[in-house]
Write a protein that binds this ligand. Structure first.
Ligand code: ATP
Ligand code: MG
Length: 561
């Protein structure tokens, strides 16, 4: 899996583009776009779309627009716009000199609507929202024509202007395309073009009180920007005839819509509406809570742009819906951090060890390598003294056979330090172990000797006198089941939230970790990868568990392949 970033496998979308280029379509241009609606933070599914759209443009020497599809002011905000820009940039993509906004085209959309009206392709409908719904029909039954369907173009033009001028209340009427109320494709049954909403927009303020619907606006946005390949998710396959209809009727540049399967991940919900619920109902600390599948959450958790781009490449692009194992995403970050993260020693569940033959006031500095995967990272020095902490589970009083860590009378290696041997187990009045008394072998400095003695177990440790306290946030999946949308009758998806998905631990760490810069990655030896959090203060570091060391995904692949 080395050099993953250099291998760019093909997919059906790239094949379409290659064919278009060979046929000389669009004057040889390749132009894509990533069109988020600024109604929430971006999630890992969006990352797939970002990598695909920007990646394809890059590969074929084209361009990719970042476009905000801001046509629904009720749910949109500047906070979301800013977070989206930050996330796309962080992922490593560049959208050129400016970003695009659907709201910049409101005037143009309106002109197009007027043209549809004039050509007899649209009408103002005064049915109530309920009547419109009622008359739409079902998959089995055709819809019913609106009693307002045969208004003349002149009448419609006047009414549309009145809609725009605020003469009607929300919901009083809508503009609809005049297509076919008995079409087997419900999207073609006179879909709504404009609705009235007396809502302030974060960019156009109170200028407009009618807002265009997605299907009408989206194709026009693509067309105005000269997008050649409009890549979207499968749900829009049934909308494609409508996408095409609007562009044909208006006689404007006609981009090609191509659909692919959206990313779904185990143990994760991906809709922005659900993510908003998690934030609003306090199941998480915010959109960037490290348990969230948002890009901001993954970043805070310790995911790198490289790991996410690599993941997007690995999962590929297809037309078939499926669910990706979360472990595959974890595999990608582990691979990346293995190369990059400095190794450090941190004890998360301490057991005190007194080395009785080590002088009381002696201290020494021992060399420790920073990353065995990368010699250039060099070494650091770790203080050692008479009393150290090891992990509680590196000791067993009554060990089973083949237990190689510490037990009474047994020897174990302290990484980069010495062999120690357990001589005595000290307990309190309740029989709980409070400390171990050990002896060390001074000839094993650095953690080895050449006397042929075999010591199999190796543990990490910190010197009690020198260690600093660190807050470590241990995260598990936010949900208890792999498909959080599976729920019993009467339950909501949040009933599947795991209340124990965050455990905060006070750990003991090497002294240099006292002053960490946020967003620095470490491997806590034998435990996992951790990343310093923005909540860290001088002398009070906070770490987020990014991922454990054990790889479950590659193993599953090996056993199933
Ligand atoms: P959600 O359904 O999660 O609320 P959305 O589709 O409404 O997302 P948009 O802001 O409209 O969100 O999406 C911007 C782009 O990202 C669209 O082109 C959409 O197809 C794509 N996208 C959204 N979710 C996924 C996903 N899970 N996998 C791949 N692409 C996605
Ligand atoms: Mg959407």
């Amino acid at each position: 899996m080395e050099n993953n970033e250099d291998i760019k496998p093909s997919n059906f979308i790239k094949n379409i583009i290659r064919k278009d280029l060979a046929e000389g379509k669009n004057d040889g241009r390749v132009h894509t776009r990533f069109p988020p609606e600024p109604n929430g933070y971006l999630h890992i599914g969006h990352a797939k779309s970002i990598c695909l759209n920007f990646g394809v443009a890059e590969e074929f020497g084209g361009r990719c627009n970042l476009r905000f599809d801001d046509t629904n002011p009720l749910k949109e905000s500047v906070e979301y716009v800013n977070s989206i820009k930050e996330d796309v940039k962080w992922l490593g993509f560049d959208w050129g000199e400016k970003e695009f906004y659907a709201s910049d085209y409101f005037e143009k959309f309106y002109e197009c609507a007027v043209q549809l009206v004039k050509d007899g392709n649209a009408y103002v409908d005064h049915q109530s929202p309920d009547e419109i719904k009622e008359n739409r029909g079902t998959l089995q039954e055709p819809g019913k024509n609106s009693p307002f369907r045969d208004r003349t173009p002149q009448e419609n033009e006047k009414l549309l202007e009145q809609m725009k001028d605020g003469k009607f209340a929300d919901g009083e009427c809508v503009l609809r395309a005049k297509i076919d109320m008995s079409s087997p494709n419900i999207n073609m049954r006179d879909p709504i073009i404009y609705r009235i909403s007396h809502t302030k927009h974060h960019r156009t303020d109170e200028k407009w009180c009618i807002y265009p619907m997605y299907d009408f606006a989206h194709g026009l946005e693509d067309s105005i920007e000269g997008v050649t390949h409009s890549i979207c998710t499968l749900e829009f396959e049934d909308h494609r005839p409508l996408y095409d209809w609007f562009l044909e009727k208006l006689g404007v540049f006609h981009p090609q819509q191509i659909e692919f399967a959206r990313l779904n991940l185990t143990y994760t919900v991906m809709s922005k509406r659900k993510l908003l619920t998690l934030v609003q109902e306090g199941y998480v600390s915010g959109w960037d809570d490290p348990r969230m599948p948002t890009i901001a959450g993954l970043r805070r958790r310790g995911y790198t742009p490289e790991s996410i781009r690599n993941f997007s490449e690995m999962i590929g692009v297809s037309k078939a819906n499926s669910k990706v194992d979360f472990a595959q995403l974890e595999y990608c970050i582990r691979e990346d951090l293995n190369k990059k993260a400095q190794r450090v020693m941190v004890v998360t569940d301490p057991l005190k060890v007194v080395i009785t033959n080590y002088p009381e006031d002696k201290e020494e500095m021992l060399d420790a390598e920073n990353n065995p995967e990368n010699e250039a990272d060099g070494t650091r020095q770790m203080p050692f003294s008479r009393v150290v902490y090891i992990e509680k589970d590196d000791f067993m009083e009554n060990p089973p056979k083949k237990y190689f860590r510490l037990s009474p009378g047994n020897e174990m290696r302290l990484k980069h330090a010495y062999y120690i041997k357990c001589e005595d187990v000290i307990k309190d009045e309740n029989g709980e172990i409070v400390e171990l008394h050990c002896t060390y072998d001074p000839k094993s400095r650095g953690g080895w000797t050449d006397d042929g003695r075999r010591v199999k177990g190796t543990a990490h440790w910190v010197s009690v006198k020198h260690a600093i306290k660190a807050e470590v946030r241990m995260y598990e999946h936010l949900f208890t089941i792999d498909n959080p949308d599976r729920r019993k009758k009467g339950e909501v998806f949040t009933d599947n939230v795991d209340p124990e998905s965050l455990k905060v631990v006070t750990a003991y760490a090497e002294p240099f970790l006292s002053e960490v810069q946020p967003m620095t990655h470490y491997q806590f030896l034998r435990i996992g990868y951790f990343t310093s959090d923005k909540d860290s203060k001088p002398g009070k570091p906070v770490f987020n568990k990014t991922v454990g060391l054990k790889d479950t995904w590659a193993k599953k692949q090996a056993s199933s392949g």
